[in-house]
Design a protein around this ligand. Structure first.
Ligand code: NDP
Length: 458
């Protein structure tokens, strides 16, 4: 049977755009449908505008820090509306580029919602089209909380378009989004309360990093409420009253819930096509991004594996090449990731806790005041850490909380992916004076960690 398209991609975000563009470049007849934003979450209401806002939030402290270097500059006022306008201009420049890239590669684009009718048929923009293969790349959406008064909270989709930023803000959660926005708000001079249910923020990250993060948040003036969940939120005459499980109450003008994201699969017609879903709505796929239906694939956040833009892009690129080109294997073993707090966290490979469940490891640690803050006087510390296999001497994990951590760890992730050993690190000459050189000059083991002896008491 002749299909209208060789490949139909639902979703014009980072992953879908890459997949469609590469497939079209390889000669496939491709269509991509996007109902909301070309470029998807990352470009419009995620990574890109978030990072611009982090940058905005760091100027205030930089002005204060300049005093330690002999400058006399009076910190001025921050204009939220002009930041949002500047951010909107940049996003407005970027988003159409994604659409143009697809058209330039010869793909057909639909500014419309696409819905599956069966495994080879879609409804899109009032048309019915057929495709030999279909890729679901619809990403995720913020999860709205369920406690009483949840309607009085906002989520990340809303916060990028706020007309003004109030004085007192409560942030719920302690994952990527909660911490990044707590940092943005605090950097812009707001009073921030951070409520989370764990003893420390960033569950799943290395333990030393989590402790250092709690200290960094405190140093930034963020008021933390660990071991807490929200009982309810009430309207208090325009303000919000947040009641916590420890019985305390916080008043604020804005309550920002950053309590996870969920796969966006509702109303796509996946049931009609026979695509199986997990209970949380995400699409299970195999190593080749194939779903349970032979001609339907899924990439990126909708699969709820490693919910990171560069992973979606890698998956989309590799899938297009597998389907229409020579095929490329792309391994996602040691994927570096960063949390853009102030200072940021970046990490690649295994945490100490994970590594020590598998084998005996040596831990190398360095904590110091970065050079800038010896003069600025700002109480900001850097933590760097290596997790090294005792058996193979390979560096299994590299973790950092400190200025430029994402830039530094990106480089180290090449070394970890290439299987570098601690001796390779030791044989590397550093760049002086930098923070990064610490990663190649850590010589003294801080401690070892190993799996509990079999049969030992827990
Ligand atoms: P995360 O999964 O990172 O964090 C969710 C937070 O909400 C956690 O602190 C979690 O607590 C808390 N939480 C969830 N449910 C409840 C509940 N019922 N009661 C109380 N607390 C709750 O999600 P985010 O929304 O921050 O981000 C979603 C994903 O997007 C990230 O995991 C990441 O993959 C991606 N992302 C990446 C970024 C980057 O690369 N810089 C930036 C932003 C997002 P607990 O830990 O106890 O479960």
């Amino acid at each position: 049977m002749a299909y209208d398209f060789d490949l139909f991609v639902i979703g014009g975000g980072s992953g879908g755009t890459r997949c469609g563009r590469i497939a079209a470049g390889l000669g496939a007849r491709v269509a991509v449908a996007e109902e909301r934003f070309w470029g998807g979450t990352c470009v419009n209401i995620g990574c890109v505008p978030k990072k611009l806002m982090v940058m905005a939030s760091e100027y205030g402290a930089a002005v204060e820090d300049a005093a330690g270097f002999g400058w006399s500059i009076e910190p001025g006022a921050h204009d939220w509306a002009s930041l949002i306008a500047a951010k909107d201009r940049e996003v407005g420049r970027l988003a159409p580029i994604y659409r143009r890239l697809l058209e330039g590669a010869g793909a057909t684009v639909f500014d419309a919602r696409a819905q599956l009718v069966d495994a080879h048929t879609l409804e899109v923009g009032g048309r019915r089209v057929s495709a030999e293969r279909i890729v679901i790349a619809t990403g995720g959406r913020p999860l709205r909380p369920e406690f009483p008064g949840a309607a009085l909270t906002v989520v990340s989709d809303d916060v990028f378009a706020l007309e003004s930023l109030p004085e007192r803000i409560v942030v719920l959660g302690s994952g990527y989004i909660a911490l990044e926005f707590a940092g943005i708000f605090a950097g812009l001079g707001r009073h921030v309360d951070l409520v989370y249910r764990q003893p420390l923020p960033l569950r799943g990250f290395d333990g030393d990093i989590r402790e250092a993060m709690a200290e960094a948040l405190k140093a930034q003036g963020i008021h933390q409420h660990p071991f807490n969940v929200v009982e309810r939120v009430e309207d208090a005459g325009g303000a919000r009253r947040v009641l916590l499980s420890d019985g305390s109450t916080i008043e604020a003008e804005l309550v920002f819930a950053a309590m996870g994201r969920g796969a966006y699969t509702q109303g796509l017609g996946l049931e009609a096509a026979g695509v199986g879903l997990r209970e949380n709505g995400s699409i299970p796929v195999d190593e080749q991004n194939a779903t349970n239906v032979a001609n339907i694939y899924a990439i990126g956040d909708v699969t709820d594996r490693l919910n990171l833009t560069p992973v979606a892009i890698a998956e989309g690129h590799a899938l297009a090449e597998r389907l229409f080109g020579a095929g490329r294997s792309w391994h996602l073993n040691a994927v570096a990731t960063a949390v853009f707090t102030t200072p940021p966290v970046a990490t690649v490979g295994l945490t100490e806790e994970d590594a020590a469940t598998r084998e005996a490891v040596d831990i190398y640690l360095s904590r110091f005041t970065p050079m800038r803050h010896t003069l600025s006087g700002r109480p900001r510390k850097t933590l760097m850490k290596l997790v090294v296999s005792q058996a193979t001497h390979k560096v299994l994990g590299a973790h950092m909380l400190g200025e430029d951590a994402p830039e530094i760890i990106q480089g180290l992730s090449v070394a970890l992916n290439a299987g570098a050993t601690k001796q390779d690190f030791d044989m590397t000459v550093g760049i002086h004076p930098t923070a990064a050189e610490e990663f190649v000059t850590m010589r003294t083991r801080a401690r070892e960690a190993r799996p509990p002896e079999a049969g030992a008491a827990p």
